[in-house]
Design a protein. Structure first.
Length: 295
């Protein structure tokens, strides 16, 4: 079902294999079929709005405009919350991406995965490698640093909901300002409108609380599992990793190992940014723009 919400994209819903209704934004539409589309997968509690500025830039790029599809995973944004909270897993969410590709009749695409979205791409490379023509991992790799994940846990459990939009912006700055010195006031405001949904003028966290509860249950006394075998499959196609200069989730050591295993890996640093970088900011965007132009 198509629902017009913005003249710069079409808002679309589709069904998963287990019957949930999920939401996506389609920038550029099928008329861009002469080039590979770009599909964007958001982070743990984030949604398609994270990619709005990037999608606008890629879909209207004068020389090589692309169709860009940004997804709300189940339990996030405008997608249905799952009654069975055990379904908030990488495996289920990877199958949801496959459902999206089937709905949009896409048999091959360039994927951009931020944080959890990048983990999903690792699994997609095992389940449906034929779908991946190239991938960009945004501040994520096959190994996650425990300290960064602890910070995300604490952030999700750190404060009462903001009472208004200025308070929402101030809260984000207080939590992440030292990791993102490159952001200006407009960037922080855009981040707030991506994270929170406006409900009668009030900012409301736009995800099922059960997703954050899963992070609270992680036993950090045990080693975190890694995805190196999945990464080896993902690296079969053109691959880029964007790492925030101040990231605490993706280490330089992990990036070096990724490069050692796949010498063609393109490494891009997002100066003045932490986890996870805004991809439409320079100089990152220009490198992202050239990456799909080569595919």
């Amino acid at each position: 079902m198509d629902t017009a919400r913005d003249d710069r994209f079409r808002a679309i819903t589709y069904l998963t294999e287990d019957g949930l209704t999920l939401y996506a934004r389609d920038y550029g539409g099928p008329e861009r079929a002469n080039r590979l589309p770009v599909i964007c997968l958001p982070g743990l509690t984030r949604n398609s709005r994270d990619f709005h500025q990037l999608a606008l830039l890629l879909s209207t790029e004068p020389a090589t405009p692309r169709r860009v599809i940004t997804l709300d995973s189940r339990g996030r944004g405008h997608s249905d919350w799952d009654a069975d909270k055990a379904n908030y897993t990488l495996g289920v969410e990877t199958r949801d991406v496959i459902s999206a590709c089937q709905h949009f009749a896409i048999d091959r695409a360039i994927f951009i995965g931020t944080s959890r979205g990048g983990l999903i791409l690792h699994l997609l490379a095992q389940m449906r490698p034929d779908l991946i023509a190239g991938a960009i991992l945004n501040d994520i790799g096959p190994k996650i640093e425990a300290e960064g994940l602890k910070r995300i846990r604490d952030y999700l459990n750190s404060a009462a909901p903001p009472r208004d939009w200025p308070e929402a912006v101030a809260f984000l700055k207080a939590c992440d300002g030292r990791y993102f010195p490159a952001l200006d006031e407009h960037d922080w405001q855009e981040m707030a409108t991506a994270i929170y949904r406006d409900v009668d003028g009030m900012p409301v966290a736009d995800f099922d609380p059960a997703i954050a509860a899963q992070v609270q249950m992680i036993d950090f006394d045990q080693p975190l599992p890694d995805l190196w075998p999945y990464y080896d499959g993902l690296a079969a196609e053109p691959l880029m990793v964007v790492r925030g200069e101040h990231s605490d989730l993706l280490s330089d050591k992990t990036v070096a190992e990724m490069k050692a295993r796949y010498p063609s890996l393109v490494i891009v640093e997002a100066p003045g940014q932490g986890h996870a970088p805004l991809l439409h900011l320079e100089p990152v965007f220009q490198r992202i723009r050239r990456f799909p132009a080569e595919a």
